[in-house]
Structure formats: structure tokens, C-alpha cells
Design a binder for this molecule. Structure first.
Ligand code: GLA
Length: 743
């Protein structure tokens, strides 16, 4: 065995950590005899190989195998009668369109001479620290594709992307480019994906994968509220706690597409990357196109483990670190914020904001954020976007007096911006009407009275970076809420020749990322929230440059429970900003207690967005108490392992979540009642993820356990016997929270 291992090129990386009992190491190896590549990390093994035809075929993606186990050898599958050639029946890692391929291609190009076929064969590879770069090229034309693979040692999450390069002498048009195709073992699956709309994001959809293709996508120029670039495929017997789940997330904030396909031979594959709709990027000789990264993971621990693995990966590998915590293993828990939007809307003023800041500080808020309305001629949403100078009527002395006041009160200061947009009623648009996305001779469709600046243009990029840099240089600003309040229409770029204009779909998003990266580099202490009228731009691409996201403009605490539930399948509670706002809620007119609203928001990163100037002394006391209690357990809530104990979906009268910190020394439990009926008591809450042998002390944060519940019991007791709620825990829109501390 040792001799056999030595014969291989073996790159082994061992990383000590402890996570869900996985092997905490990554290993990669290439077997030159069998021409197979293998990546092991966390609890996962991934393997692919070069077939006798030269194509790259997937071999295995599943639970981690022993180092000595074989992953087989790539061999083309036979044709299926004369209608399905071997090229289309054989799964590929990254299939070029041509040669009779009828399943979803990863790459489709057209050449100047009319040839539109591309057949990619293996050329060479390079071993990386935790992965490989594998070079392929077309069988006759010098189109090279380098597939990038890395595996995360802790979670086994793979990162896959491709670089497409034209080494020929004539231009080539890329019509469709995916980051990767993931092939699953032939089986029956349930697909989970997230959809929504403005104020109704994060609906979890679950359906069987039947024959044909299910497309999840955005054609909007940005990620979109309507679908989110995440999927999970669970084997038939899987549920929240058990069973095999394959999942993935695309790191791209422009138009994207994920196609889940079950083909005529029942093979299941997932292909994702740039949305091919209206796509067409010309690669001139020597030019390259980098695709986004498509992350993919596997677990046999059900949907719960799938999201815990993804959350951990986001915390460890995706999210930025701010200065002072750059060396930290994880980003710091979010400061508790106050945001004035729902209290004042556009009617911001120095005195009004200062009064709110005083109230916010008294509640224990860490960060005061002034929202829309502070700049240009911004009285409502008809004017001002684009003119990023302080409105002199509202702030006659600039921002400094307010910022100083916020600092004196012990908070840091944050500001709302919407850098990519312009109102036609603005000095910027009057000066540069050519800076917006537009088609020649066509109407410029306004939405929320605004147009989209063409961030792909170098002059627009320079303007946007320039004003943000100036704002951050001249003012002591710790945080930007970066908003984006409409989608594209007329995606034209008239500086370029018509055939070149579709590169907008790539260049816009790349410039967005590069502005964010440059700002963070120059102002390393500044933190940023990605907001797009709520959750319209949430994905692993933007989360490399932003610290948190605005989940939804819908802050109704009951609606938020289902939204937060859906959100949690893909994204960590760390980034899930949740504000407490006023009751009755502006949208649903639903009245709820302050304690219920606080506990709903405490599931994520807590903020206050109510008109606190109007709060009674009792409300102020309640909020102060619960904010203090939240801060004590916040790291466990936002960075611990999340267990969705009772789902709030399907008309459930109840819901509950639990989070357990990494060393299992603390757990936090939230329980919510929608509406008690027929006197049914709250179900017994059997905790998960505790150390069965350790003793945990129960402490209520809000609400009471049933009389006689032990103050201290073993993890085994809390997990097997469970926690029973007191009889008084009944009614409509009730909430309770408990902490369990290891003794
Ligand atoms: C969007 C955001 C809100 C608020 C407004 C301001 O709708 O999602 O939170 O900032 O814009 O105009």
C-alpha cells in the first residue's frame, strides 16, 4: 500500500481543527496511470479523470473515501441508439457544445468562420495547495480552458471556476460560459431553491427532480430578489437531520443561471455560471474570460448539516475581515445598529438624527446609521441620486456635528449610499446623461424614478470610486449601507461597438467588486452592507466584499421568521441583518409585542429600526434588557451551528431554532408561537448538538420553562427529554428564548 501511494503524486495538507467529526485535512492526488484527479477535504471526496477520448469525466462526489480506495477510471459511456451519441451520454466536467451534445453545455462559442463547435480535451495540469488547475483545449482550435479546483480542508466545500482563453488569431464569441458542471450519482432527488419578490424574499421551494431541466436564474443584471444562486439536492430519504445532500452556491452578483437537469438516461447534473440570456462576450486574440466561482458541498447529515457546513465556510473563507480583526479566524459579530429609515424616511435632519442617536445610545446600540435623504436635493425618491454632497438645508454644518455627536455617545457612524444609480433630476444626470444604461433612440425606463449608471464605463467607475473615497476620507464613517434599488432595462453601452456591448454583463459586476475591494483596501476599518431594496443582492460573490446583508424591506417580525428560515439554508445568521421596527407593522398592519419583535430579530444580527423617539419608558427598558442579553450570547447565535428545530412553514403554529457554539459550551434557543389553537401546548423542544455528558445550566432570556424544569441537566437530558414550555406560553405572536451554559 505504501509503495502504491508513493507512486502517486501526492500533495497532503493537514489542518488541525474540530468540526462535526470530519477528517480535518485536505489531500489531493493525481494518478498518472489511471489519469485520475482526486480531492479530499472535510468529509468529502471528489474525483474526475481523463477518458481514453481525452475528455474530463466526473468519477465520484460523496462521502470521504480511504486514501487507498480506488476512484475508478474515466471511460466514455456507450451511445444510446443513434439518437444519443456517446458524447452526450457521457457526463463531463466541463462540456463544450458540439459533437452532438444535447444536454446543458458548460461552454458555447462561435468562431468568425461559422464554426460553432467546441470539443475540449485534456492537455496538462498543475497541482495547487488544495487543488488543481487542469488545462483543456479544443481539438482543433486554440481555445484553451483552464478548470480551477480547490477543496476546503475543514468543510470539504469545493470551489470550481474556469478561465477561457483565445490563443488564436481571430476573435471568438463566448455565447454561454458556466463556472462548472456538477454531476451527481444517478438517483432520485429533491431540489431545494430560494425564490421571492420585493418584501417577500427567501421562500424555500422543494420539488422532486423530474426529467427535463429546471432553471433558476436572474436576467436582471444583478442577483435578484426573485431567485437566489443557491441549490440543494437531497436524496430521497434525506430530511433536516439525516441523509445525503449535495449543495452549491454561485459567487456572482450579475445575471446568473443554474440549470438542474435530469437527462434522458436519468443522469443528474447542475450547471451554473453567467446567464447565457443576452450574453455574448467577444474574446479577441490573447484575451481571457474568468467565470465566477461555483462552490459545491456534500454531507450525509441532512439539510441541517448542509447549511451548517455552508455557514462555516462563509465565516471561514468568504467574508472579509475588518482592520484590527484581519488575523482573526472569523469576522467579528456585527455591532447592534440603529437605522433611521422607518422612523424618518427622507425627513432626516441634524437635530432629528441627534435626538434618535441619544435614544439609540441609551438602548445599548453600537452603531448609528443614517439612511436615505441626507444628500443632494433628496426630499423624496424623485431627485438627488448621483449628487453625493451633503444637503445644506438638512445639515448646514455638514455631517461632522452629527458624526461627532454619535461618537460622543459611544457609537460609530454609518451612512446609506446608492452609488450605482442616478435620478434624472440630479446635477449628475444633467451633466452626464450618457452615463446610464440605454439603447439608442429608445425610452430610458425609470423605476423608482431612477436610471442605472453604467458602472462598466471607466469614467463612471472612477466617479463612483472617487466620491465614495472622498466621503470616507473626509468623514469618520465606519459603515456604508450600499443600496441598489432597481434592476436593469435597456442594457446598452454606446461607447462600444454594438457587437461588443454585451460584455456589460461581466464588466459591470467586475467593476462593482473592484470598487468594493479598493475602498476596503484604502479604508480598512470601513464595513459594508449589501442591500438591494432588501435581499436583492445576496450571494457569495458580494459577500467577499461586504460584511452583512439586508434580508428584506419587510420587517414584519412574523414574516421575518419564514424569511430568516429560508435565508438560513444558504447564508449564515452572521450576515442576516434583522431590525426591530414599529407595531402595527407598516406593511401587514399586524400588531405584535416589542418582546416578540426583539426575539424575532435576535435570530440574526440585531438592529433597531423603529421610531424610538416615540417609545414608552417600558418599551425602552424592555429593549435595553434584551439588547444586553443578546450581546452576551451573540457569538453563539450568529456563528454557532444552527439547528432548525421546528420550521415556521406550511402553516405551522410554532417554530423554533437553536444555535450551539463551536466548543459546545453554550446553546441558545428561540421558540415562537404564531397562533395557539384548540389549546395545543408548545411541542417539547429536544435540543441538538450538545455534549451529552456535559451539564448545562438553563437560563431564560425571555419567557419561562415549565415549572419543575431542572435548573441544570446533562446535554443528554436536554436532547432526549427536552425542554417543556410553561403553560402560560400560549396565544398569538408569542416568543421565548433560553440560554444553556455548560457548567
Ligand atoms: C431601500 C432599502 C431600505 C431603505 C430605502 C431608502 O428600499 O432596502 O432599507 O434604505 O431603500 O430609500
Amino acid at each position: 500500500m505504501i509503495a502504491k501511494l508513493k507512486a502517486f503524486t501526492v500533495a497532503l495538507v493537514l489542518i488541525a481543527a474540530s468540526f462535526a467529526g470530519f477528517a480535518q485535512s485536505a489531500a489531493t492526488h493525481f494518478d498518472p496511470a489511471a489519469k485520475t484527479f482526486r480531492l479530499d477535504g472535510g468529509g468529502v471526496t471528489y474525483a474526475f479523470g481523463v477518458s481514453s477520448r481525452g475528455e474530463l469525466e466526473p468519477l465520484y462526489w460523496g462521502g470521504r473515501l480511504a486514501a487507498t480506495d480506488s476512484v475508478g477510471k474515466a471511460e466514455p459511456k456507450p451511445e444510446w441508439a443513434s439518437f444519443d451519441s456517446s458524447y452526450t451520454t457521457t457526463p463531463q466536467e466541463f462540456a463544450g457544445w458540439g459533437n452532438g451534445l444535447f444536454v446543458e453545455p458548460a461552454l458555447k462559442v462561435s468562431f468568425a468562420d461559422g464554426n460553432r463547435e467546441l470539443v475540449l480535451h485534456y492537455v496538462s495540469h498543475t497541482a495547487l495547495a488544495n487543488g488543481f488547475d487542469v488545462v483543456m483545449r479544443d481539438v482543433s482550435r486554440p481555445i484553451f480552458v483552464t478548470l480551477h479546483y480547490t477543496i476546503d480542508p475543514a468543510t470539504g466545500i469545493l470551489a470550481r471556476s474556469a478561465t477561457i482563453e483565445n490563443r488564436g488569431a481571430t476573435a471568438v464569441t463566448v455565447e454561454q460560459a458556466a463556472a462548472a458542471t456538477w454531476t451527481l450519482p444517478a438517483s432520485h432527488y429533491t431540489l431545494s431553491y430560494l425564490t421571492g419578490r420585493w418584501a417577500g424574499e427567501w421562500t424555500l421551494n422543494q420539488e422532486p427532480v423530474l426529467a427535463g431541466a429546471r432553471v433558476i436564474e436572474s436576467r436582471r443584471g444583478s442577483t435578484g430578489h426573485q431567485a437566489n444562486p443557491w441549490f440543494a439536492l437531497a436524496s430521497d430519504e434525506a430530511n433536516e437531520d439525516h441523509g445525503e445532500v449535495w449543495f452549491g452556491a454561485l459567487a456572482w452578483s450579475g445575471s446568473w443561471r443554474i440549470t438542474v437537469e435530469r437527462d434522458q438516461l436519468d443522469a443528474v447534473r447542475v450547471t451554473g455560471g453567467f446567464n447565457p440570456f443576452d450574453f455574448g462576450l467577444i474574446l479577441h486574440p490573447g484575451q481571457r474570460l474568468e467565470t465566477p466561482v461555483f462552490y459545491g458541498g456534500y454531507t450525509r447529515g441532512g439539510m441541517g448539516a448542509a447549511s451548517r457546513i455552508l455557514h462555516r465556510f462563509e465565516l471561514d473563507r468568504i467574508l472579509p475581515r475588518t482592520a484590527g480583526s484581519a488575523e482573526e479566524a472569523r469576522p467579528r459579530p456585527r455591532p447592534v445598529i440603529y437605522n433611521s429609515w422607518e422612523a424618518t424616511e427622507f425627513k432626516v435632519s441634524e437635530a432629528g438624527q441627534m435626538a434618535l442617536a441619544e435614544k439609540a445610545a441609551a438602548l445599548g446600540v453600537d452603531r448609528f446609521v443614517m439612511d436615505d435623504g441626507w444628500f443632494g436635493q433628496r426630499k423624496d425618491d424623485h431627485a438627488g441620486l448621483g449628487d453625493w454632497c451633503v444637503n445644506q438645508e438638512k445639515f448646514p454644518h455638514g455631517l461632522k456635528p452629527l458624526v461627532d455627536k454619535v461618537h460622543q455617545l459611544g457609537m460609530d457612524f454609518g451612512l446609506w449610499v446608492e452609488p450605482e444609480m442616478v435620478n434624472p433630476d440630479s446635477d449628475l444626470y444633467r451633466k452626464h446623461p450618457d452615463w446610464v444604461l440605454a439603447f439608442p433612440g429608445r425610452q430610458r425606463i425609470e423605476q423608482r424614478n431612477q436610471l442605472v449608471l453604467n458602472l462598466a464605463r471607466p469614467d463612471v467607475r472612477a466617479y463612483v470610486y472617487g466620491f465614495l473615497d472622498k466621503l470616507l476620507t473626509e468623514n469618520d464613517i465606519a459603515f456604508l449601507k450600499w443600496d441598489y434599488n432597481r434592476n436593469w432595462s435597456e442594457p446598452g453601452w454606446d461607447q462600444l461597438a454594438p457587437v461588443e456591448q454585451k460584455r456589460l454583463y461581466v464588466d459591470y459586476t467586475r467593476n462593482l467588486y473592484s470598487i468594493l475591494a479598493e475602498l476596503r483596501h484604502k479604508h480598512p476599518k470601513v464595513e459594508i452592507e449589501s442591500c438591494s431594496g432588501g435581499g436583492g443582492r445576496v450571494d457569495l460573490g458580494i459577500l467577499r466584499y461586504t460584511d452583512e446583508v439586508w434580508v428584506s424591506d419587510n420587517t414584519d417580525p412574523f414574516d421575518r421568521l419564514t424569511q430568516q428560515y429560508g435565508f438560513s439554508f444558504a447564508y449564515s445568521p452572521q450576515v442576516m441583518m434583522a431590525w426591530v421596527t414599529d407595531s402595527p407593522h407598516w406593511m401587514n398592519k399586524r400588531a405584535t409585542s416589542l418582546s416578540y419583535r426583539l426575539l424575532s430579530s435576535m435570530e440574526g444580527s440585531l438592529g433597531i429600526g423603529a421610531n424610538i423617539a416615540a417609545w414608552t419608558p417600558e418599551e425602552t427598558t424592555t429593549a435595553k434588557r434584551l439588547i444586553a442579553a443578546y450581546k452576551e450570547v451573540q457569538p453563539t447565535i450568529v456563528q454557532g451551528g444552527l439547528y432548525r428545530l421546528i420550521a415556521p412553514t406550511n402553516g405551522s403554529a410554532f417554530s423554533a431554532t437553536e444555535t450551539v457554539n463551536a466548543d459546545r459550551s453554550q446553546a441558545v434557543l428561540f421558540a415562537y408561537i404564531h397562533s395557539t389553537s384548540e389549546g395545543y401546548p408548545f411541542p417539547v423542544l429536544k435540543l441538538k448538538g450538545l455534549d451529552p455528558a456535559a451539564n448545562y445550566q438553563l437560563a431564560p432570556i425571555e419567557g419561562k420553562a415549565k415549572a419543575g424544569t431542572p435548573a441544570q441537566a446533562s446535554g443528554a437530558w436536554w436532547m432526549n427529554h427536552g425542554l417543556e414550555m410553561g403553560d402560560e406560553f400560549r396565544g398569538d405572536f408569542q416568543a421565548a428564548a433560553f440560554r444553556f451554559d455548560k457548567k
